[in-house]
Design a protein around this ligand. Structure first.
Ligand code: ADP
Ligand code: ADP
Length: 217
């Protein structure tokens, strides 16, 4: 489904002698649930932004279902084939959970009625009763699950999540990982980056990144 073909990334004003991504190759299929580990600064965030079409690789290409990923209006994150959960929950505090769920759809220019889907995704994350609540009423773990629910609104083929369990206690971290497992079992590929050793057993494959190089563990 997703093929990362020998991508390298050289930032123009880099503090390092090595590239942020160095000939990275990765294939993700529908049934995959993979984690990328590695120290801070090893290139995980650059890799995810490139896969999402938010950053252009200096060399190589990323191909989604046979079509090369481009940045801009046609990037898979705009067309919602890929959902990217960035670090933190990024919910709008002045809007209800319901409106937060619709917000990316409005940005994408979609004007349908998504009430049914909103109830569905909230049920999936076990928070069906918070539709009309404001984010300030929810705990950190609950907010993280809302961010996941929001990412699922348009049934993406691939879910990318950058450090999805950072700052969560073990119980909430495991809840988030179980949720990803359910999503994966229902046919969505999941790719996460993590520093959190204890969540790795939830994943089907583990990659390690070091100075821009990616290896399968
Ligand atoms: P191009 O010239 O093809 O746009 P660049 O590497 O200059 O390629 O930029 C690709 C992306 O990386 C852009 O979104 C740019 O903003 C970002 N980028 C590159 N270098 C830097 C930098 N030093 N600081 C911040 N962003 C950068
Ligand atoms: P990670 O997500 O693993 O912490 P990043 O992808 O954020 O790693 O960073 C990889 C390397 O690229 C680091 O050395 C970082 O300093 C560098 N880098 C990231 N973004 C930019 C940028 N915009 N301009 C220059 N260097 C960058």
């Amino acid at each position: 489904m997703l093929e990362v073909r020998k991508i390298s990334k050289y930032y123009k004003y880099s503090v390092n002698a090595y590239p942020a991504l160095n000939q990275v190759e990765l294939t993700i299929n529908e049934q995959d649930f993979a984690a990328v580990t590695g120290p801070s600064g090893s290139g995980k965030s650059t890799l995810f932004h490139t896969i999402a079409g938010l950053l252009k690789p200096s060399e190589g290409s990323v191909v989604l279902n046979g079509i090369e990923i481009v940045s801009g209006a046609k990037s898979p994150i705009r067309t919602k084939e890929i959902s990217f959960i960035m670090q933190g929950q990024n919910l709008l505090s002045n809007f209800t959970i319901e409106d937060n769920l619709y917000f990316p759809l409005y940005l994408a220019g979609l004007r349908g009625n998504y009430y049914q889907r909103a109830v569905e995704v909230l049920t999936m994350v076990g928070l069906e009763n918070v539709l009309f609540s404001y984010p300030s009423r929810l705990s950190g773990g609950e907010l993280r699950r809302i961010a996941i629910a929001r990412a699922l609104m348009l049934k993406p083929k691939l879910l990318l999540a950058d450090e999805p369990t950072s700052n969560l206690d073990t119980e909430n971290a495991f809840k988030v990982m179980e949720l990803f497992q359910n999503i994966n079992e229902e046919g969505t590929a999941v790719l996460i980056s993590t520093h959190d050793e204890k969540v790795l057993p939830f994943c089907k494959s583990i990659y390690h990144m070091e100075k821009g190089k990616l290896v399968l563990m």
